[in-house]
Structure formats: C-alpha cells, structure tokens
Design a protein around this ligand. Structure first.
Ligand code: BDR
Ligand code: CA
Length: 315
C-alpha cells in the first residue's frame, strides 16, 4: 500500500478526499494534518475529526497546523486574516455529527518534521489546501524534499481561477508558501489544477448511487457532494447545474488511478507580487518554454474514473 499524509482544509471536497484515502485498501493513510483555508483552523480541524469519526476511523491521528498564511497578515487584498473564507460553499461546520475524538497535542509541522526525518522509506504528501504547513516544514529543513517520493497538490489554474480571474483558492490563500513549494526541488510534484478538476464533475445521479450503497461513507459523500452541486448551481462557481467538481478527491483518486489525469511536465511559477494576478500559477506551456520543468501538471481529468473510484471505495 502506498503510504501518505493528507494535508487538508476541510471543506466538503477535502472530506471526500479524506474518506477515499482512509478507506481505500491500496492506500495507507498515516495521518492527517490541517491548515486554515476553506474555514478557520479550528473548524478545518474539527471538520476533519468529524469526517474520520463518521467512517469509523477515529483511530487516525489528526494534527492541527498553521492558522494563517506564512508571510501575510491576511489573504491578498485583505487587511486582516479572515476566517470562514469559503463558507458559502462549505459551511463553517460540516453537516456531520459532532466529533468524539480530538486532535493530537503535537502540531502538524512537528509531526511532518518528525515523520519525514525518521522515515526509512519515502512517503507521499498530498496537500489539498493552502501550502502553509508544507512551506513551513521546508523552511525549517529543506532537505526533507528527499523524504518525499511525490507531492500531489490540488491547486492552481491555467485557464482561469476561482477566487479571482487569475488565481485558484489554495494558491491565492498563501502565495508565498506555494512559491516556496514549487521551487523546493521535489523529486516529483504533480499539480492538479482547476483545469483538471472542473472536468471531473460528479452528478446528482452519481450521488444517488453513492447514497444507495448504504454505507456511512456513501451517505456522507452523497450528502456533501449534493451540497456542492446546490452551491454551484446557485451560481457560486462554474455553470454546471447538476454536477460539481470535487477537487481534492481527484488527487487521492490519482494515487490509485494515475490514468485519471493527463499531465504535462512544465515550469510553474507563482505570482506573489502583483495585486491584479497574485496567486496565479504561471504554467509555461510554450513549445520554446524557458525554465526547468518542476511540475507534472494535470490539464485534464476523467469524470467516470473519479466516480467509479469513489463509489467502489465507499461500498
Ligand atoms: C480548492 O479550494 C478549496 O475551496 C477546496 O477545498 C479545494 O481544495 C479549490 O479551489
Ligand atoms: Ca481543500
């Protein structure tokens, strides 16, 4: 089984990714680290515990991470750090029973440092929120990139963003962290941007099939994805009426079904300077591109593969 750590800002789509990674027989989820993003840190951590409880995986250790971006007092263009940033889409607390378990005493950064330093074999890291925790770990010990066989990031956009015309939320929320991570020299960095996740849409019919599985994970996934579809059709995202992207789950599905995406190895940089396009991931797809490729970017993804992967795993 592939050994991994998930780094999340739970969030409805993070929730689906957590359930997938925790339940898939070929994935060995070692721990879950949290970061502020979709909602504030207390809620991303609490939501993560709720998700693990509901699927009977309260044994999974959860470590709370950074409550703010690494170099800013707030999100770009905001004076102060604003909690509950994406609450329209995600709700502050996920609609799941209150968590019975608690986060560990050790922080996410301490846990990541310790785990990567003591690992005898390389691990996979899957950050699907702002990259604040990962960047902090690398700032403390840049050599730890060597302990990671693959970093699979949900973030960025080539065609258009979601929080601004240029920027995708996870990168925009901590652009300096993203810039550090992209230039850190990981052996393999796979980037799953909106260009891919907006192709892997999950429909209401798919949700009905998940609900019909009669399992806690199937029921929870169906409810959470249905809420996403409702929010997207209400106009807070792409113009799909009966389907929604489940961004973060494309990353965990990719771990077991790499063919879910088509990637191109390109040079990616993050705009940390401008006010207009801060947080934009600039992907040099020119035939005569300059700069050494640093990311395998997924430019497309396959919806049926995602749906099959989720439905089978939740059965
Ligand atoms: C990303 O931002 C968050 O809203 C989601 O959980 C996902 O990780 C999509 O832009
Ligand atoms: Ca997320």
């Amino acid at each position: 089984a592939r050994r991994l750590i998930l780094d999340v800002d739970t969030g409805t789509d993070d929730a689906v990714a957590i359930m997938h990674a925790a339940l898939h027989p070929d994935l060995e989820l070692l721990g879950v680290t949290t970061v502020s993003g979709n909602v504030g840190l207390a809620n991303t951590t609490d939501n993560t515990l709720r998700v693990l409880d509901v699927i009977g995986r309260s044994d999974m250790p959860v470590y709370a991470g950074l409550a703010h971006p690494i170099a800013r007092r707030g999100f770009p263009g905001q004076k102060h750090y604003e909690r509950d940033t994406a609450r329209d889409m995600h709700g502050t607390s996920l609609p799941l029973p209150e968590a019975r378990s608690q986060a560990q005493d050790v922080t996410a950064v301490e846990y990541l440092l310790e785990t990567l330093r003591s690992a005898t074999e390389q691990l996979t890291l899957v950050p699907v929120g702002p990259l604040s925790n990962i960047a902090t770990v690398l700032a403390i010990d840049p050599s730890l990139v060597d302990a990671v066989d693959e970093l699979v990031v949900m973030g960025g956009a080539h065609a258009h963003g979601n929080v601004t015309a240029s920027a995708e939320f996870n990168i925009w929320a901590d652009p300096e962290a993203a810039a550090m991570v992209f230039s850190a020299g990981f052996e393999r960095l796979t980037l799953v941007p909106l260009d891919a996740t907006h192709q892997a849409l999950v429909t209401r019919a798919n949700c009905a099939a998940m609900a019909a599985l009669g399992t806690p994970a199937g029921a929870a996934a169906a409810d959470l994805i249905t809420r996403r579809i409702d929010a997207y059709s209400a106009g807070s995202g792409i113009s799909a009426t009966d389907a929604a992207p489940v961004h973060d789950a494309v990353c965990t599905a990719y771990l077991v079904r790499p063919d879910i995406v088509s990637t191109q190895h390109v040079h990616v940089t993050v705009d940390t300077e401008s006010t207009l396009t801060v947080g934009r991931t600039v992907m040099d797809t020119r035939p005569n591109a300059t700069g050494t490729p640093n990311a395998h970017v997924a430019f497309s993804a396959h919806a049926a593969t995602l749906v099959a992967e989720l439905t089978n795993t939740f059965s």
